[in-house]
Design a protein around this ligand. Structure first.
Ligand code: SF4
Length: 108
């Protein structure tokens, strides 16, 4: 009988710790999560995807990151990008606000 009581106590303690940690993770997710800029995925899909490094970044995702973060304002650094696609990307970035409501107006 005593063994069963010990097992039940262990189960209750384990479930309590699990519930507490689950609650902690839920709160952290709600208040500490970083919202990804949805323009990043769209821009990445519009770039050629050659990952050639011709733009000076390690790949298309590096280039897309730099554009969306604002550290690079020249989509035209992408060598394989056709003129029509460049214009389409610039139009997209100038007309689509990020999570903070700002648009990338000075993109070339
Ligand atoms: S030059 Fe264009 S295709 Fe090549 S890695 Fe840079 S963004 Fe990608």
């Amino acid at each position: 009988m005593e063994t069963i009581i010990v097992i039940i106590k262990a189960l209750v303690v384990t479930l309590g710790i699990g519930a507490f940690l689950g609650l902690l993770l839920a709160v952290a997710d709600k208040y500490l999560s970083v919202k990804a800029d949805p323009r990043l995925e769209v821009l990445l899909s519009m770039l050629p995807g050659a990952n050639c490094g011709g733009c000076g970044y390690p790949g298309c995702s590096g280039m897309a990151d730099s554009i969306i973060s604002g550290s690079n304002k020249q989509v035209s650094l992408c060598k394989p990008l056709k003129k029509e696609k460049l214009a389409e990307i610039i139009e997209y970035l100038k007309s689509t606000p990020g999570p903070d409501g700002s648009v990338l107006n000075d993109i070339k």
